[in-house]
Design a protein. Structure first.
Length: 196
């Protein structure tokens, strides 16, 4: 898969941390969220639907974050003001994340990158990717809480290309399952050793 050059986007490269998750535990996580091969097929369909809507989706999500001072705070500098370059760099990776969620195989590279994303929200690696001086840690509660708005707001975009209500529902459910699984993986750095 060809991807654009996005600063800090290291999917599938040696720069990505190796997730401390066995293949068996990864398969059990998939089973727990009822994630199947059919979900991967519907995510690929969703990727086709969303590909030309990524900027519109990001506008919606960024407006949401920007309208809540307690969320935009995590992109602010020492003076308390949002860091525009940081927000823009993250936006590019966030757009690619939408496409990766839909089009990447859910294999070891995908698993490792979810762990990397978790590290980049946690004090272990936050701010390092972009070399910024911002708030050093995003609390886990916001990663978990974001499951709802990121799931609820994607459905209208999935409905825009004339697919049947059944297909839209299956795309939406696949997205929801993937997001829950991703947040579970992003939570690894937040858990004490042996607790995840």
């Amino acid at each position: 898969m060809s991807t654009p050059q996005i600063p800090g986007y290291t999917y599938g490269t040696p720069a990505v941390a190796q997730a401390p998750v066995s293949e068996e535990d990864f398969e059990l996580l998939k089973k727990t969220v009822l994630f199947t091969d059919e979900d991967e097929r519907y995510l690929r369909m969703a990727g086709e639907v969303l590909a030309d809507q990524v900027e519109e989706i990001l506008d919606l999500w960024y407006n949401f974050v920007g309208s809540h001072p307690h969320l935009v705070y995590y992109f602010s500098g020492p003076d308390g003001q949002p860091l525009a370059d940081y927000l823009e760099a993250v936006r590019k990776r966030f757009g690619q994340w939408i496409l990766d969620t839909c089009t990447r195989p859910y294999d070891r590279d995908w698993l490792n990158y979810q762990y990397e994303i978790g590290l980049r929200h946690h004090r272990a690696k936050k701010n390092q990717t972009d070399g910024v001086s911002s708030v050093p840690h995003i609390p886990l509660r916001y990663l978990v809480a974001f499951i709802y708005p990121i799931t609820a707001t994607i459905r209208p975009f999935l409905e825009k290309k004339g697919h049947s209500p059944e297909d839209v529902d299956k795309m939406h459910q696949a997205w929801f399952k993937s997001l829950v699984m991703q947040v579970a993986l992003w939570s690894i750095p937040y858990a004490k050793e042996g607790d995840w």
